[in-house]
Design a protein around this ligand. Structure first.
Ligand code: 8YV
Length: 309
């Protein structure tokens, strides 16, 4: 008898094929649809931002493992998982480069106006309408990073190639040779020209980037978020941008995905992406393989590869 698992968020076909071969896979639509199988489901595979809704976790008494296809654990109730002895795994390391690449792509897109330039050519405006406003220089601009974990460091490394002085804030000083630690976020924001968020989501970082931080970044400052929408006070962001108190923002993540507030969608000061920082063929395969291996290890009674709990 194959163990039964619940797939909450679709994965690559190659990965789902492996899951189908090893397990009876229930593809999630609603708790009601799971009916009598709830008592037999022993594992979950899900995305980082999707996590496990509370009602789903509560409805699965036989749940043993949650394998997250991502690095964020903020959408899983870890406290409850611990209490119920449910293992939780993530996919650290394999997505670091992609997320850092996306951060730099957003920096370039925002400051050089790449999406606007693309639209201008496509729309036939070139040679017809007035020239686009000039962009802003990227090379040498001061970069601040919130969260100096794997992703933050990979962003810093890339920024160095752009001649950017890099500073960061985190819960502690990592004593990194090339990057200056700034203990408080308002100072980091005031001293940076671009502020990139690479911190974990969850209650500890909720609305860390509030109105005060955005105004400290200032009318010439730019905000980039490749972490979690919850880190930014989105309503404050809309108002600060509208008032011209911050230069612009490039966002891959939002507070209530997939809903993006209309003022953000209509603002000429923002560049938007639909939570795609880890979305490459290579990386999603590597992430999926880790999910498959963690589940296989668990059901074979072996130690997990990348356990959080
Ligand atoms: C993925 C993420 O988009 O790593 C995370 O926590 O949010 C992203 O890498 C997601 O996990 C796939 O759904």
């Amino acid at each position: 008898m194959k163990p039964e698992i619940l797939l909450i968020e679709p994965m690559m076909p190659e990965i789902e094929k492996q899951l189908d071969a090893a397990y009876t896979v229930h593809r999630f639509t609603s708790v009601a649809q799971l009916k009598e199988s709830v008592g037999r489901i022993r594992g979950i595979a899900t995305g980082g931002a999707t996590g496990v809704p509370e009602a789903v976790m509560d409805s699965l008494p036989a749940l043993e493992i949650i394998a997250i296809n991502g690095i964020g654990t903020d959408a899983v109730d870890l406290k409850k998982a611990r209490q119920r002895n449910i293992h939780v795994t993530t996919t650290p390391g394999v997505l670091t480069d992609d997320v850092a690449d996306m951060a730099m792509g957003l920096v370039l897109s925002l400051l050089r106006g790449l999406p606007a330039g693309d639209r201008y050519v496509r729309d036939g405006a070139w040679g017809d309408k007035p020239a686009l406003p000039l962009g802003r220089k990227v090379t040498g601009r001061k970069l601040g990073i919130i969260g100096m974990g794997r992703v933050g460091r990979a962003i810093a490394h890339r920024a160095q190639a752009f001649g950017m002085p890099v500073s960061y804030t985190d819960l502690r000083d990592f004593e990194l040779e090339d990057y200056a630690f700034v203990p408080d976020l308002p100072t980091l924001a005031r001293d940076s020209e671009i502020l990139v968020i690479a911190a974990s989501g969850g209650e500890g970082s909720r609305h860390l980037v509030n109105r005060e931080i955005m105004e400290a970044l200032g009318p010439d400052g730019f905000l980039v978020n490749v972490a979690r929408g919850s880190v930014v006070d989105e309503q404050a962001l809309i108002q600060v941008l509208d008032a011209g108190k911050m230069g612009g923002a490039a966002l891959d993540v939002f507070e209530h995905e997939p809903d993006v507030p209309t003022p953000l969608r209509q603002s000429a000061r923002v560049v938007l992406q639909p939570h795609r920082a880890s979305a490459t063929v290579e990386t999603r395969l590597a992430m999926g393989e880790l999910v498959v291996k963690n589940l296989a290890a668990h059901f074979a009674g072996q130690s997990l590869l990348t356990a959080v709990i």
